[in-house]
Design a binder for this molecule. Structure first.
Ligand SMILES: Nc1ncnc2c1ncn2[C@@H]1O[C@H](COP(=O)(O)OP(=O)(O)OP(=O)(O)O)[C@@H](O)[C@H]1O
Ligand SMILES: [Mg+2]
Length: 364
């Protein structure tokens, strides 16, 4: 063994991962201890052999193929592969192969390292699974919350609203019998009438905020118009709304998601942006629904983690849960724009002229 060989061997043996050196014909020149342990053969049994004589035939042929590829392209190659470990169990490996050149730049072989990444793969898999479980749980909680809101809104509106209306009517009748009452009594009655009227209004507002009945009764476009109008009225911020004509969204989850995302985005505009103008655009494209909310405010301040704040995270989660995506574009002083894309099979019911009704969702 020459000096170079000793040096190469010392380097390879120092590597905890499987490492090897092969000649142009894919014959092993050096292998390290980890390599020998992985294939269960001794150095004498490996050196001078090709991979198809050391590993199961189909893997061996694959390795010879990738050696050839590395030598022909002159490029390093990195890939993840699954094969049986010494214990017979399937394990994951991260393999890097590199061409080896002589002093004249000619490729004289390959060298490689293969790292067992089974633990990392398993952790990644577990992480993906727990993420998807969390997403499912979050979707489930959102839907329960929405159902609960719907129920409370309905009860507030129907039960409490009806009783309050009855009280107000009774007070109206009592107040109309003015000849039977003293002036003091009359004043009390008027106060009670006012109180009943304002309480009815509050109940209606609270019920609508919980879940506006128009979202279920009249559909998403009308609910969006209502939301934007009440927002403009409450905040004084000028709102420009672009809705596609004759858009009808039947799926409750999609309507709810878009409505809630828009609601949170507008709340953020009024709470944080100091904007004077917001443009809300809903566009129905090929198989997807897009919503853009752009304000001319101060933009999201640097240093705010867009991933950890709950309002923005909730919006993104709603989009992800439905297979869509949400992006936030913002620069200090240049306003904020939220882009939401949800996959959706469009329903164009209500287009007045059947000749312009698309057969598929590809036109809009
Ligand atoms: N349109 C906007 N313009 C300027 N800053 C914004 C805008 N939207 C969000 N931000 C900034 O991003 C931060 C995070 O927003 P997010 O909605 O996640 O949380 P929040 O509104 O502070 O609280 P909540 O959890 O009640 O929604 C806000 O605190 C604000 O600083
Ligand atoms: Mg918020």
């Amino acid at each position: 063994m020459g000096n170079d060989d000793n040096l190469q061997k010392a380097i390879l043996d120092n590597i905890p991962d499987q490492a090897w050196l092969k000649d142009r014909e894919s014959r092993y020149i050096h292998v390290n201890d980890a390599f020998m342990a992985a294939c269960g053969l001794s150095e004498e049994q490996i050196v001078g052999k090709t991979p198809d004589q050391v590993w199961p035939r189909d893997w061996g042929e694959k390795y010879i193929g990738s050696d050839r590829h590395v030598m022909e392209s002159g490029q390093r190659m990195r890939y993840e592969e699954q094969r049986q470990g010494a214990d017979g169990k399937l394990r994951w490996y991260d393999t890097i192969k590199t061409p080896v050149r002589n002093a004249h730049g000619e490729t004289i072989g390959t060298t490689g390292i293969s790292r067992d990444i089974t633990d990392r793969k398993q952790a990644e898999q577990a992480l993906l699974e727990s993420r998807s479980q969390l997403r499912e749980l979050s979707a489930y909680l959102q839907s329960i919350r929405e159902e609960e809101r719907t129920r409370i809104a309905r009860e507030l509106h129907d039960e409490l609203g009806q009783s309050l209306t009855a009280i107000r009517l009774g007070l109206d009748v009592a107040a109309s019998q003015s000849d039977m009452q003293s002036a003091t009594m009359q004043r009390h009655l008027e106060k009670l009438q006012e109180l009943a009227a304002s309480t009815i209004e509050s109940v209606q507002r609270i019920a609508a905020d919980l879940r506006p009945p128009i979202l279920d009764e009249l559909g998403l476009p009308v609910a969006i118009e209502w939301l934007v109008d009440t927002f403009a009225e409450r905040t004084g911020i000028v709102c420009e709304l672009h809705l596609p004509p004759a858009l009808s969204v039947c799926e409750r989850e999609i309507s709810t998601a878009i409505f809630r995302i828009l609601q949170e985005a507008l709340t953020n505009v009024s709470r944080h942006s100091r904007a004077t103008h917001v443009v809300i655009t809903v566009a129905a494209g090929a198989g997807e629904l897009q919503v853009h909310i752009a304000d001319n405010g101060c933009g999201i301040a640097a240093g705010i983690s867009r991933d950890n704040s709950l309002g923005l995270m909730g919006m993104r989660e709603r989009a992800l849960m439905l297979g869509g995506q949400l992006q936030i574009h913002s620069a200090p002083g240049e306003g904020t724009r939220i882009d939401v894309i949800l996959p959706y099979a469009l329903d164009f019911r209500g287009v007045p002229d059947a000749s312009i009704r698309p057969d598929t969702e590809s036109t809009s």
